[in-house]
Design a binder for this molecule. Structure first.
Ligand code: FEO
Length: 174
C-alpha cells in the first residue's frame, strides 16, 4: 500500500505532467509555423515524453490499488515574443517540475513509503537530464537567434532521438 499522502500528490503531479505536455505541444506548433522542423520535432517529442511520465504515474497508482483521478489542465502559453522565449519557458517549466518531483520524494520519505521513494528515483534522474538539455538548447538558441538555420543545424546534429530507457518505469497503455 502506498501512502495516501503520496498518492494524492501523485494524482496532482499527473496534471502537472499533462500541463507540461500541452506546453511543449504549444512550443512545437510555434516552431512548426515558423518552418523550423527540427525544433518542432524536438518539442513534439518532448511533449510525448511528458505524456509518458503521466502514464507511468497512472500505472503506479493502478499497481498500488490507489485511486486515479486524471486532472484538468489549463491552456498553455501559445504566443511568444521570439524564438528564444519558448525555450526559456521550457527551462523554467523543467525547474518547476524538478521541485515538484523532489517534493514527491520528500513525502514518500516522510511517510516511510519505500516503494514510492524508489519509484520517484527514476524521475529525479530524468529531471537532471531534462534541465541540462534544455539549458544547452537555451544557450544555442540565444546565441543563434538571428540565424534560424544555425539553430536547425545544431538540433539536427546534436539532438538524435533518445534510445529506449530499459530502467524507465512501466507506463499505462503500453
Ligand atoms: Fe515530466 Fe520534463 O518532466
Amino acid at each position: 500500500m502506498a501512502a495516501t499522502r503520496f498518492t494524492d500528490q501523485l494524482n496532482v503531479q499527473i496534471g502537472n505532467e499533462f500541463a507540461a505536455h500541452h506546453q511543449y505541444l504549444a512550443c512545437a506548433v510555434y516552431y512548426d509555423a515558423l518552418t523550423m522542423p527540427q525544433m518542432a520535432a524536438l518539442f513534439y517529442s518532448q511533449a510525448l515524453e511528458e505524456r509518458q511520465h503521466a502514464m507511468m504515474m497512472v500505472q503506479y497508482l493502478l499497481d498500488t490499488d490507489a485511486p486515479v483521478k486524471i486532472p484538468g489542465v489549463e491552456a498553455p502559453v501559445a504566443e511568444f515574443a521570439d524564438v528564444v522565449a519558448p525555450v526559456q519557458l521550457a527551462l523554467d517549466q523543467e525547474k518547476t517540475v524538478t521541485e515538484q518531483i523532489n517534493g514527491l520524494l520528500r513525502i514518500a520519505r516522510e511517510e516511510n513509503d519505500y516503494a514510492s521513494e524508489q519509484f520517484m528515483q527514476w524521475f529525479i534522474k530524468e529531471q537532471v537530464e531534462e534541465v541540462a538539455s534544455m539549458s544547452d538548447l537555451l544557450a544555442v538558441v540565444t546565441r543563434s537567434q538571428d540565424d534560424l538555420n544555425d539553430i536547425e543545424d545544431w538540433v539536427a546534429r546534436e539532438e538524435g532521438g533518445a534510445d529506449a530507457d530499459p530502467t524507465a518505469p512501466p507506463a499505462a497503455g503500453d
